[in-house]
Design a protein around this ligand. Sequence first.
Ligand SMILES: [Zn+2]
Length: 91
Amino acid sequence: MSKVREPKEKDEFLYFTQRSVYARGDKRRKTWGKTKHKAKVWVFKDEPETANVKYFCPYCDNKDAKQTKWKKPFKFKCDKCDKTIRVPKLK
Ligand SMILES: [Zn+2]
């Protein structure tokens, strides 16, 4: 598992969310239906360029964590299957 900077209570975040993520073409995406696949994303205020992600890949069931460049809309690649996972509705 790759290293991420773990969030602590006293940390300040630019962004922190946990969302369901869906494979491309998954009909549940439209209704925000239940899925076991999730991505947790957090960005520290003092490290605003870097997104920390923990994810459960909807394509290959890989559970992993990684750091990647923070951008909106936010998406990242699964390190195992190399598919792009989109994290919906980030403000
Ligand atoms: Zn994957």
